[in-house]
Design a protein around this ligand. Sequence first.
Ligand code: 4NP
Length: 168
Amino acid sequence: MRYISNDMMKKGKHKVLFVCLGNICRSPAAEGIMRDITSRAGADSEWEIDSAGTGRYHIGELPDRRMRVHARERGIDLTHHCRQVCSSDFEDFDLIIGMDESNLRDLHRMAPSPEAEKKIVAMASFFNPGNRYDYVPDPYYEGSEGFELVLDLLQEGCANLFDSLNKQ
Ligand code: 4NP
């Protein structure tokens, strides 16, 4: 698992932004899962959690109905409204977490400075060692299994992310 250095995460709240392409499937699911984990741990006040998309196709929309249904089955309500990543995100958040290589490339292109680029990490860097995925696959054109797989990967990664930052 990726080691997060002390200087990467400033003291105070943990401010994390999850990013995918559309901001209607993977990243709002990651946001909802992370909110669920921090709330169960009684740590909501120590975290600032949001999500955004590199694209602008679905701005203002709720997450994809299929993702909302699958997340609800795991007790997680997704209420985020889609927004696009903006330059102030690189100031407002300490960790910017991309779902796949394409998201990560776009984020590196958008980052306003080398300092800002250091905040960009792959969601897969929080997966358990031995996980056969090294990215979170886009479920948009997939069936139910695609959405379930994304939720499995995100629940594993977000739990590890929580543990790694909670120790600091
Ligand atoms: P996401 O999935 O990046 O996980 O939100 C997608 C949602 C919509 C589209 C692509 C990916 N789209 O092309 O509209």
